[in-house]
Design a protein around this ligand. Structure first.
Ligand code: NDP
Length: 310
């Protein structure tokens, strides 16, 4: 393996330690901690784990944190009622509704109901619009911020670089592409209809994979020396797929054989690491930064509410 590992756990830990100090300073100035509240609808196990991580990280950094749990049968009106109550609560600086939602609840209605000033996920049309327009003062989605934090920590040059983002979702692909464009990269967004994805990816000095397809990006997709950021988090249970995607990672393969499941990214790590200059692991790459930057957004919102400097 030639690539340097971009260690998301280490960077997230450093960011969270800084936030704990900043949260204490905020509390001293405002007389209350910054507050993050989450609504979780239903019992999706992955969502429960993500919400648990957010709650724990918030508490550890000295934030006030609350989770409202609603049954999977909750109506859209019930969810909107809870959102309205949270929106009116002065102790809540940042709020979000964990996705995915049960089918009777429209995620767009939910995103529009959260006031933009408390929308720390950055999914409200006002915040998405501010990002597109290059206006300061909105919230930028946390996973794209995590991608940029990893690139910046390793001082990977972006100005004039060829960047390829695989995936065009509104929560990852599009905002990542916008942030790279803002930093003067030449950005291509690839998606499921892109012709010859391998050739498009091979142009990239910076390759961001956010497709939700295990091991989509193979070694032959990677330009030698490129920075490869793998946003994908995919749970695999198929043995043949695990033997392929975890090749060269004997300890992880052994664990798979024991447990019958593993988390992998959208990049074939072993193959890509042989060609790349930098690469993120999964788990331990972008994932931990998403939570740390959610807290950073919340603290930013709290400071704005209290009229304190950023
Ligand atoms: P979506 O399913 O919303 O979007 C996936 C995108 O990938 C779509 O634009 C789709 O194209 C494209 N795509 C799918 N298959 C292919 C293919 N074969 N070739 C090229 N492009 C393809 O996913 P998300 O953006 O929400 O998430 C992407 C991944 O990131 C998932 O694994 C998710 O779990 C992970 N994730 C990780 C987070 C973290 O904290 N690290 C946070 C959020 C997500 P099209 O538009 O044409 O359908």
């Amino acid at each position: 393996m030639s690539a340097k590992i971009l260690d998301g756990n280490a960077l997230a830990k450093a960011i969270r330690a800084g936030l704990a100090r900043d949260a204490a300073a905020f509390q001293a100035a405002a007389g209350r901690p910054p507050g993050l509240s989450v609504i979780l609808v239903g019992e999706d196990p992955a969502s429960a784990v993500y919400v648990g991580h957010k709650e724990k990280a918030a508490r550890e950094a000295g934030f006030a944190s609350a989770v409202v749990r609603l049954p999977a049968t909750a109506s859209e009106a019930e969810v909107l009622d809870r959102i309205a109550a949270m929106a009116a609560d002065r102790a809540v600086d940042g709020m979000l509704v964990q996705l995915p939602l049960p089918k009777q609840v429209d995620p767009l209605a939910v995103q529009r109901a959260i006031p933009p000033a408390k929308d720390v996920d950055g999914f409200h049309p006002v915040n998405a619009g501010m990002l597109l327009l290059g206006q300061k003062g909105g919230f930028v989605p946390c996973t794209p911020l995590g991608v940029m934090a990893l690139l910046d920590e390793a001082e990977i040059p972006l100005k004039g670089a060829e960047a390829v983002v695989v995936g065009r979702s509104t929560i990852v692909g599009k905002p990542v592409a916008q942030l790279l464009l803002d930093r003067h990269a030449t950005v291509t967004i690839a998606h499921s209809r892109t012709r010859d994805l391998a050739a498009v990816c091979r142009r990239a000095d910076v390759l961001v994979a956010a497709a939700g397809v295990p091991g989509l990006v193979r070694g032959a997709f990677v330009k030698p020396g490129a920075a490869v950021i793998d946003v994908g988090i995919n749970r695999i249970t198929d043995a043949a797929q695990a033997e392929d995607l975890l090749a060269g990672q004997p300890e992880r393969l052994e664990k798979f054989r024991k447990n019958g499941h593993a988390l992998v990214g959208d990049v074939h790590f072993g193959e890509a690491a042989a060609a790349a200059g930098w690469i993120t692991p999964v788990p331990g790459g972008v994932g931990p930064l998403t939570v740390a930057l959610l807290l950073r957004n919340t603290l930013e919102g709290a400071r704005r509410t209290e009229g304190l400097p950023a």
